[in-house]
Design a protein around this ligand. Structure first.
Ligand SMILES: Nc1ncnc2c1ncn2[C@@H]1O[C@H](COP(=O)(O)OP(=O)(O)OP(=O)(O)O)[C@@H](O)[C@H]1O
Length: 607
């Protein structure tokens, strides 16, 4: 059986709440909806009363008709049944209408809270939790939570009905009523026994569905790569076992749930048979009237149905409960990046110090180990080194996407752990290798860091990048729609938009991961010009991939395996013949204007 559960372990941030804690959290969402809940309660009580009244009216009518066979009595009985039926319908409608309203409102709130929590999570959270799984929590799990609520309200109504019928049965005939009651403990015991197993299978089912979602999501985001390499069949082969697992887990859940109803109905059916037998005998020997016998048989039907649904309710209730548990776990996930005593920062000069910094994405694999680096305000440094050396990691720690283990980062002498992240990040301009553009126009994207910027300010920022020449090449200028993720623009154009966005933001510190993708010489020149303007007067950390950047940098930092192995200017490092020369030969040599294939190597003389 173990293979069915492969990969369905709890996620790291999953919590297990006890039922009371969970219910307390759920109730908190309902408190503001008291007025509507009042209407629901009214509908429940009135509907239950009407339901219970029907067999009483008919039973009393039957006894009278037996004694007095008048047509008027039959007509009155029909009218009474009709009125009770219509009222029962109206109250049922009120109950369900307002239940739908309350549930809708609560799901709305819960989903907003879950989404707000998703936005708050650190980047490390997204490393560990594929976006598809997170999406499942915000969508289908909040939906399942709604089921809990609808079910709970139905069950309250059912309990009320069972209470009324029980009182009625005892009032009519204690002996028969006791016979009916004898079966109740058996049904309750069966339901309770079923409770735990239902919750476990349900939790597995939800996790496996989240796995399906995560796989689909990943496939969709990488579909162009898969098609490029003609790997559709591999993607399909990976999806099949995950989908198959969901099938098996869902089937198991179905079997578990399917077992409970027949078992409960068998017990209830047995009790009804006994009642027909004993009740019929009593009518024959004149101990009870035919009306009473009818009342018992009808009431018992009204009694079993809610009771069996209360019992089976546990299964679905558990399903919703484990869904809400997952949503609350998402909302409650502890942030790893914690700002102690955060204080807003004013305009920063931009002096950055990494002191004895230690960090690893996983605790057992440090990427930076006792790392030291000081960058002066306004200085431009170029980080170079082979792939995986830790260059991007430095930028990510500076943005505070991840929490570091030891040491400190100081900005203008202030410990980064004590700054208010909103005011700090406003002064950080981050340009990733492949700039992300949101759907909308070029102007919308430039305006992104400062939504209040005027059209003139947006135009001015765009005009500062390479004198604005690039705008003329866009079909509708700044009003050009960029398409999903900027797909309607070329890579070079996206970078130019990102630079204009940076200028509008006017940060003190820039972290720029230079694009590796090559662009045409004209765009290359425009980007180069744009960079000169964008970086001027700001502290800049450039993960450099372009020769012109390293040539213009104030200082080049050469990294290897998370440590600085060399630093200096382009000329000084070239003449030193050390690690930089090796990096130069690999990445930058061919970008020289005098480059001839197989030429331009500098000799590496130092180790
Ligand atoms: N999100 C992550 N989770 C786990 N390990 C990571 C993560 N990101 C990077 N790493 C690891 O950390 C190390 C440093 O990565 P980093 O991205 O900083 O290198 P880099 O020098 O910027 O490389 P590149 O030039 O290829 O971007 C690498 O060994 C990488 O595998």
């Amino acid at each position: 059986m173990a293979f069915i559960m492969d990969g369905l372990d709890a996620e790291q941030y999953d919590r297990t709440y006890d039922d009371r804690e969970l219910l307390r959290r759920i109730v908190r969402y309902f408190r503001p909806k008291r007025a509507t809940m009042g209407l629901v309660a009214f509908g429940i009580v009135a509907h239950s009363l009407m339901q219970a009244a029907l067999p009483v009216v008919i039973s009393a009518g039957l006894d009278r008709v037996v004694d007095d066979r008048s047509t008027g009595l039959v007509v009155a009985l029909v009218a009474a049944v009709l009125v009770a039926g219509v009222l029962s319908w109206v109250f049922n409608f009120i109950q369900r209408w307002y239940t739908a309203k309350v549930v809708g409102d609560v799901v709305l709130d819960l989903r907003e809270d879950a989404f707000a929590a998703v936005l708050e999570r650190d980047m490390s959270f997204y490393d560990e939790n594929p976006s598809g799984k997170v999406v499942s929590r915000v969508t289908s799990d909040t939906e399942d939570f709604a089921t809990v609520v609808t079910l709970t309200l139905n069950v309250i109504s059912q309990v009320l009905m069972v209470g009324l019928i029980t009182a009625l049965l005892f009032a009519r005939n204690v002996g028969l009523a006791l016979m009916v009651m004898a079966v109740v403990p058996i049904i309750v015991a069966m339901a309770l026994g079923f409770r735990r197993i239902a919750r476990d299978t349900t939790r597995h089912q939800q996790r496996s569905l989240a796995r399906v979602n995560a796989t689909l999501q990943e496939t969709m985001s990488g579909i162009s790569v898969a098609k490029n390499f003609r790997q559709e069949h591999t993607v399909y082969d990976e999806f099949r076992p995950i989908n198959g697992q969901n099938y098996r887990v869902t089937l198991k859940q179905g079997f578990v749930f399917a077992a409970i109803f027949p078992a409960l109905f068998a017990v209830a059916g047995f009790a009804t048979v006994m009642l027909v037998h004993v009740g019929g005998g009593r009518v024959l020997d004149g101990t009870i009237s035919a009306g009473d016998w009818y009342l018992f048989l009808q009431s018992v039907l009204l009694f079993w149905l809610p009771l069996t649904s209360i019992a089976s309710f546990w299964s679905q209730f558990q399903q919703g409960l484990s869904a809400s548990e997952r949503v609350f776990a998402l909302i409650d996930a502890e942030p790893l990046v914690v700002q102690r005593d955060p204080r807003p920062v004013g305009r920063l000069a931009g002096r950055i110090e990494f002191r004895d910094l230690t960090f690893g994405y996983t605790p057992d694999r440090p990427v930076l180990d006792h790392f030291d680096l000081t960058i002066e305000a306004g200085e431009t440094i170029a980080l170079v080194g082979h792939t995986g050396a830790g260059k991007s990691t430095i930028g990510r720690l500076l943005v505070r996407f991840y929490e570091f283990g030891g040491g400190s980062i100081l900005i203008d002498g202030i410990d980064l752990r004590t700054v208010d992240l909103t005011s700090y990040r406003r002064q950080l301009g981050v340009v990733p290798q492949s700039p992300f553009l949101f759907s909308g126009t070029v102007a919308d994207n430039i305006r992104y860091p400062r939504p209040d910027a005027t059209d003139d300010e947006v135009r001015a920022a765009a005009g500062q990048v390479a004198d604005g020449d690039w705008i003329a090449a866009l079909p509708d200028g700044l009003d050009t729609e960029v398409g999903e993720h900027g797909s309607a623009l070329s890579m070079g154009q996206r970078q130019l938009v990102a630079l204009a966005r940076l200028l509008l933001q006017d940060p003190s510190i820039v972290i720029l991961d230079e694009a590796t993708a090559s662009v045409d010489p004209l765009t290359e020149a425009q980007i180069s010009e744009g960079l000169d303007v964008a970086l001027a007067g700001r502290t800049s950390i450039v993960i450099a991939h372009r020769l012109s950047t390293i040539e213009h940098a104030d200082r080049i930092i050469v990294m290897r395996e998370g440590a600085i192995v060399e630093e200096g200017t382009h000329e000084s490092l070239l003449s030193a013949g050390g690690a930089y020369c090796d990096v130069y030969n690999t990445y930058f040599r061919h970008q020289s204007p005098d480059y001839q294939p197989g030429s331009g190597f500098v000799s590496v003389t130092a180790p």
